[in-house]
Design a protein around this ligand. Structure first.
Ligand code: GLC
Length: 551
């Protein structure tokens, strides 16, 4: 493998800037906070970080509503702070990927303000998706599409003369109008934005909603199958006219040519909630993006049979287009896997959980399973994304008071869906500090649970049994043995509840069942390198993963 293709095996750590580290004490994390904590990420052993949006934004969707793509929101700092962060990360051999949000802007973007101030049919309107309404007086939305965050996907505007006007499309919140990607001005503007960040030295982009940019011609009505309601990935089988349209691919081919002009392999990672995996693989054909989050894997329950199938399908689908599989278990949109994998109540992606949700596991049980799931994931060939705080074993915060919630999903569904705040609670760094070391004051944009005191990084550093130490060791072994660049071969005969395979010199066994599994068949000539929870003699207890190596 070409050594410059760092992304094929990289472990990439997602930083959610508003919740990572706060340098000013206003309760919102910022770029200088990140810079001040980079050593912790270096010690963890990650190859790169992905920063969720820190651009100028009214923050109606935590920065995924961008008003200026080429500047830093004062909440997070300045461009000079960004340059310092980038240099400090590079000095530690940590690459930096930024978030690109091309599907929609903020309604406070200059272009959208100009569109509102201009007439129907004007070039200013043509950068977004404005349509006349249906029915008498155009008072009904142009079609029946429902926003991912709940409610209609269209909002009617008032024209400059005060009359009820056209409607604009927003797949997400009303504050996030969708661009019209059939418009050349939009395409040119995003080439400029890409160059702006590439010229500054970023190593790549995570591309937000990479399956949504092109809508089916004519914007036909669509009724999703009931099971997909509220989901972001209702899948290709259902063919929603706003997801996964073929036209998105020429956009990424164009971007790839542009990024390839730059030295050092600058990459794109697609956030494309589509299935099946063979369809997702289209985003990473050799002339398109480099990585696509493996959401099929993220969505797989902790069940050996299902895991074996999704791992096989992933490797087949992505290697079929010469791309790495890009494993992920948690991010800022899903219930943290220390809770999710043990939930017994039904929970659709994006719905979130809270005090009234059924089937929430005990923390210890959820953590045990999450550690096993992580150790399984980190043994797989390909690239891996981690979400900040998972290395501390943070669970979803299920006790957030309703009054503290900020996710637009919560508001747009009038509290029917909790939304994603529970995975976004600011990190604990020091058990004794105000805001558990998140910042210099007690301020925290979401309240932190008391459990954070015991999970704070300083409590886990150097402790043999901590989740932080487990991640550090696993990442060290993963790198030393080049597991990311390895090849998976199944080991049969360990039982239905086992996920067992070799990757190079390593043998891995994960027990997803309720009964112990004997290690004896695998032990001859091997020894245990690392386990997610203590093994008992030569058996692997339930919810445990073991890595073995030849003596
Ligand atoms: C992506 C982001 C999510 C955001 C949405 C709209 O799915 O990950 O946080 O709300 O896009 O930009």
């Amino acid at each position: 493998m070409n050594a410059s293709e760092w992304w094929r095996t990289a472990v990439i750590y997602q930083i959610y800037p508003r919740s990572f580290a706060d340098s000013t004490g206003d309760g919102i994390g910022d770029l200088n906070g990140i810079t001040s904590r980079l050593d912790a990420l270096h010690e963890l052993g990650v190859d790169a970080v992905w920063l969720s949006p820190f651009y100028t934004s009214p923050q109606h969707d935590a920065g995924y509503d961008v008003a200026n793509y080429c500047d830093v929101d004062p909440l997070f700092g300045t461009l000079a702070d960004f340059d310092r962060l980038l240099a400090a990360a590079h000095a530690r051999d940590i690459r930096v990927i930024v978030d690109l949000v091309p599907n929609h802007s903020s309604n406070e973007h200059e272009w959208f303000k100009a569109a509102l101030a201009s007439a129907p049919g004007s070039p200013e309107r043509a950068r977004y998706i404005f349509r006349d309404g249906k029915g008498k007086d155009g008072s009904e939305p142009p079609n029946n599409w429902q926003s991912v965050f709940g409610g209609p996907m269209w909002t009617r505007i008032t024209e400059a003369d005060g009359a009820p006007g056209q409607w604009y499309l927003h797949i997400f919140d009303v504050s996030q109008p969708d661009f019209d990607w059939c418009n050349d001005e939009v395409r040119a503007e995003f080439r400029r934005i890409l160059r702006f960040w590439l010229d500054r030295g970023v190593d790549g982009f995570r591309v937000d909603v990479a399956h949504g940019l092109i809508k089916a011609p004519g914007l036909p009505d669509y009724t999703p199958p009931p099971v997909a309601a509220g989901s972001m990935g209702d899948g290709v089988a259902a063919c929603p006219p706003y997801w996964g349209q073929d036209g998105v691919h020429e956009i990424y081919r164009d971007w790839r040519v542009l990024a390839d002009e730059y030295p050092g392999a600058r990459i794109f990672c697609a956030e494309a909630w589509v299935d099946p995996l063979s369809f997702a693989a289209k985003w990473v054909r050799p002339d398109e993006m480099h990585q696509a989050f493996n959401f099929a894997y993220l969505s797989t329950p902790w069940e050996a049979g299902a895991l074996r199938v999704v791992i096989d399908e992933s490797i087949a689908a992505f290697s079929g287009v010469s791309a790495p599989a890009t494993w992920v278990l948690s991010n800022h949109d899903v219930v943290r896997h220390a809770t999710r994998l043990s939930l017994t109540g039904k929970n659709l992606q994006g719905d979130g959980i809270g005090p009234r949700s059924p089937g929430i596991p005990r923390y210890e049980d959820g953590l045990r399973r999450a550690r096993a799931a992580t150790l399984l994931m980190l043994a797989l060939p390909g690239s891996v994304y981690l979400f900040q705080g998972e290395e501390l074993g943070l669970p979803e915060d299920v006790e957030l008071p309703d009054a503290a919630r900020q996710d637009p999903t919560w508001f747009r569904t009038h509290g029917e869906r909790y939304g994603r705040d529970g995975c976004r609670v600011p990190l604990p760094w020091e058990s004794e500090g105000p805001s558990y070391g998140f910042g210099p004051t007690a301020a925290s944009w979401l309240p932190q649970p008391r459990l954070w005191a015991q999970l704070a990084r300083d409590q886990q550093t150097g402790r043999d049994d901590s989740t932080l130490t487990l991640y550090q060791r696993a990442l060290r072994i993963r790198r030393a043995r080049n597991l990311g660049g390895g090849e998976l071969t199944w080991v049969r005969g360990c039982g239905r509840s086992a996920v067992a395979f070799t990757n190079g010199t390593l043998t891995v066994l994960a027990n997803t069942g309720g009964a112990p599994i004997s290690l004896l068949p695998l032990l001859s000539g091997s020894h245990v390198l690392i386990t997610s929870s203590p093994t008992v003699g030569s058996t692997v207890p339930p919810d445990t993963t073991v890595w073995l190596a030849k003596r």
